[in-house]
Design a binder for this molecule. Structure first.
Ligand code: FAD
Ligand code: NAD
Length: 469
């Protein structure tokens, strides 16, 4: 068996692994990256990017469809049609451009990329079985000084409803050949609602079944309210507090049980299972390392070191929050530590964005979380109904909220819900990371007319001197 030696060996070319590799290459570390499928991992191929591409396409189609009626804007079009195969080709072209870009960046930074499935032999040795076309045919042994585990996560299947046939995961939902007449979504979390809304806007009748009594349990009630209202307006049916029991005998309906113990059936042409993701710990020899675990995730410290010396882990493999930007930040950090820099993963906040209609963003603590943390805080909201830019965009639902300590006005959290608020996450994260106080935001000139003025006004309002409300 051919053997190669490298200083830094990375398993997994998702946002965690590929960023670690690029940064290590920039820092002059001899780096090898092993990827079994496609560079870019879940995020670029079957996650963040394709889902946001389809959200955009569905929004555009939905808006065009709304122009077929009488609109306040005076735009009128004939009933639009959508060529779903072309939409998927466009989405794939976006994905290809980005994954091609990652390959080019890795090459430019001197990273040795190996296409194949890695299997851990020990903390310094990995065997790779080549995969895909153009791959070397012989297995390969690679020894290293530092091993980075970045194998990501996989979807959780529902017991009793294996994936296959009409039961699909987000991966299949992101590459539809046709839009089903009736889509049943299991789980009202990120994927269920982002993709449920896409399918509804593309014409499917969508029903969402959620085990809890509410949607998007990660976000507080006030933030979620405008999304619930939008789901109602779109005609998405919600069954809250219902557990899926299995398929019926004919296999064309899902059996659900509500909290009162009442069983019923919901028919569906397709069932999208979106009940969470789990760290990818199986099938590649992880168990041979006997690492300390944190539930199903690999346990790491604040430098992403595992319990074995010079074995590191990042991204979804290390558990929640399973977000691409967290994986990237961890990958960047590990490369820098290996290069001798002093670094630790201690962000003040990792913003979470839900790309529903309207979007939700949360960074840092909500008022309730601040209270639970024992902080004495003030909070204030500014509604988009009083924001000029929001009105010009026909997007006056939602608000921006700030949470700050009462004693010194240090901002500890930002939340927003509304059209396009995902872009406010940058301002929120920067303010939290730089330790801004309400007065810093109040004293900053915010360009007019922008949605960002609501950020300014929320801070002013918390100080008792909002101008536009
Ligand atoms: P991954 O991206 O999962 O990459 C792991 C890589 O390792 C994969 O390419 C895999 O093939 C490879 N691999 C695994 N085992 C081996 C092995 N033994 N040998 C070789 N290679 C191996 N996050 C956001 O922040 N924003 C979003 O909008 C967002 N949207 C999402 C939408 C969907 C539908 C999904 C499913 C996820 C979404 N996420 C989003 C989550 C995001 O995709 C993940 O948090 C992120 O991809 C995790 O990065 P990672 O590097 O840890 O793992
Ligand atoms: P999720 O954890 O966001 O939501 C899963 C939902 O399914 C929860 O509301 C849960 O209560 C419900 N559920 C669980 N078991 C159920 C059952 N048996 N019947 C009915 N409902 C059930 O998970 P997801 O939507 O699958 O997304 C997986 C992960 O992917 C997320 O946690 C996130 O880390 C990542 N993601 C992020 C984004 C983003 O950042 N915008 C988008 C998509 C996915």
């Amino acid at each position: 068996m051919e053997t190669q030696t490298t200083k830094f060996l990375i398993i997994g070319g998702g946002p965690g692994g590929y960023v670690a590799a690029i940064r290590a290459g920039q820092l002059g570390i001899a780096t090898t990256l092993v990827e079994g499928e496609q560079l870019g991992g879940t995020c670029l191929n079957i996650g963040c990017i394709p889902s946001k591409a389809l959200i955009h396409a569905a929004d555009a189609f939905h808006q065009a469809s709304s122009f077929a009626g009488k609109t306040p804007l005076g735009i009128q079009v004939d009933v639009p049609r959508i060529d779903v195969a072309q939409t998927v080709r466009w989405k794939d072209s976006v994905v290809r451009r980005l994954t091609g870009g990652v390959a080019a960046l890795l090459k430019k930074n001197g990273v040795n990329v190996i296409k194949g499935w890695a299997r851990v032999v020990d903390g310094k040795t990995v065997e790779v079985v080549p995969s895909g076309s153009g791959a070397a045919s012989e297995p390969l042994r690679i020894t290293c000084e530092h091993l980075l585990l970045a194998t990501g996560s996989t979807e959780v299947a529902l017991p009793g409803i294996p994936l296959g046939g009409r039961v699909i995961s987000s991966t299949q939902a992101l590459s539809p050949t046709a839009i089903p007449k009736r889509l049943l979504v299991v789980g009202a979390g990120y994927i269920g609602l982002e993709l449920g809304i896409v399918y509804r806007k593309l014409g499917a009748e969508v029903t969402v079944v959620e085990a809890l009594e509410r949607i998007l349990p990660l976000y507080d009630d006030e933030l979620v309210k405008p999304v619930s209202a939008s789901l109602r307006k779109l005609g998405v049916q919600l069954h809250l507090g219902c557990k899926v029991q299995g398929l019926n005998v004919a296999g064309d309906a899902v059996r659900i049980l509500d909290t009162q113990g009442k069983e019923s059936e919901l028919s569906a042409d397709q069932v999208l299972v979106a009940i969470g993701r789990t760290p990818r710990t199986q099938g590649w020899g992880l168990e041979s390392l006997l690492l300390d675990m944190n539930g199903r995730a690999v346990k790491v410290d604040d430098q992403c070191r595992t319990s074995m010396r010079n074995v590191w882990a990042i991204g979804d493999l290390t558990g929640e929050p399973m977000l691409a930007h967290r994986a990237m930040a961890q990958g960047d950090m590990v490369a820098e530590i290996i290069a001798g820099h002093k670094h630790r993963f201690a962000p003040n906040a990792i913003a979470a964005v839900c790309f529903t209609d309207p979007e939700i963003v949360a960074a840092g603590l909500s008022p309730q979380q601040a209270e639970h943390a024992g902080l004495d805080c003030i909070h204030a909201s500014f509604p988009f109904a009083a924001n000029g830019r929001a009105m010009t965009l026909e997007a006056s639902d939602g608000f921006v909220r700030v949470v700050a300590r009462r004693d010194n006005h240090l901002i500890v959290g930002w939340q927003a819900v509304g059209v396009g608020v995902s872009e406010l996450s940058t301002a929120f994260s920067q303010s939290l990371e730089m330790g801004a106080c309400l007065e810093d935001i109040a004293g900053t000139i915010h360009a007019h007319p922008t949605l960002g003025e609501a950020v300014h006004e929320a801070a002013l309002r918390a100080l008792g001197r909002a101008l536009h409300i």
